[in-house]
Design a protein around this ligand. Structure first.
Ligand code: ZN
Length: 246
């Protein structure tokens, strides 16, 4: 059973000039429920990413996003499978990850002004609040953003030139989908993932080969949609996922 659709709106200024700068004016929450992919076996998923606090939520996705991922998987060559690295991330964990990345940036750029280090950290981790103090809507808080990879029949991740989990330890340029300094095979595998995802309506992200989204503000900007359909998932929606059929 679907939850009742409640239309709520967030002003665009809440998206501000952060990681996914939004020029779209509104989020009109459509109420698509969250589902937990661990209830089924159709889509693979890895271990909890980043820190133990992500474990309760990382396999939660909006139902429409889940169904799109199943279609992406069907479009892959035989013997290849999509694997979810991370879906929903709570705002508390998001804030912690941003602070950790900000600390790494500050140690690399000790003399840079705070506005510059905040912006540099926001390249790879969306802040919960912008530098000016206004609220952001981190993509993973919407249940519409996914970090995904492709594994082979044995469950081994195919060659993407890096593991997603190494994002904080490698040159950020290596995370760019179009990074020129990778093997032909890795470049081809990145293209395979990007084409499969965008053909199912996902927006890609120019700084991370593994990040795609549907329904959030970045997706609205990317696709020219007048509004996003997914805002941040309220606690009640997250709790309801435990009782929602996949
Ligand atoms: Zn992501």
């Amino acid at each position: 059973m679907r939850t009742a659709n409640r239309i709520t709106e967030h002003r665009a200024e809440s998206a501000g000039p952060g990681l996914f700068a939004a020029t779209t004016p509104l989020v009109r929450e459509c109420g698509d429920p969250l589902v937990d992919i661990r209830k089924g076996t159709a889509l693979r998923y890895g271990p909890p990413p980043e820190c133990p606090e992500t474990a309760p939520h990382y396999c939660l996705l909006r139902r429409d996003v889940y169904q799109r991922l199943l279609r992406v998987q069907q479009s892959l060559p035989q013997g290849y499978y999509l694997r979810l690295y991370e879906g929903l991330r709570s705002l508390a964990v998001q804030a912690r990850l941003f602070e950790q990345e900000h600390a790494r940036v500050r140690s690399r750029m000790p003399h840079a002004p705070a506005s510059e280090t905040h912006a540099a950290a926001a390249r790879l981790v969306a802040p919960v609040t912008h530098f000016d103090g206004s609220m952001n809507i981190p993509p993973h808080s919407t249940g519409g953003a996914v970090d995904v990879e492709i594994v082979d029949q044995s469950g081994k991740v195919i060659d993407f030139a890096m593991e997603i989990g190494d994002w904080a330890n490698v040159d950020p340029k290596l995370c760019d989908p179009m990074c020129p300094d990778i093997s032909d095979e890795a470049a081809s595998n990145r293209r395979l993932l990007a084409v499969a995802m965008t053909q199912e309506g996902f927006a890609s992200y120019s700084h991370e080969w593994w990040h795609f989204s549907y329904g959030d503000l970045h997706w609205a900007t990317f696709t020219g949609n007048t509004h996003a359909i997914y805002g941040p998932c309220p606690e009640a929606m997250i709790i309801a996922a435990a009782h929602t059929a996949i």
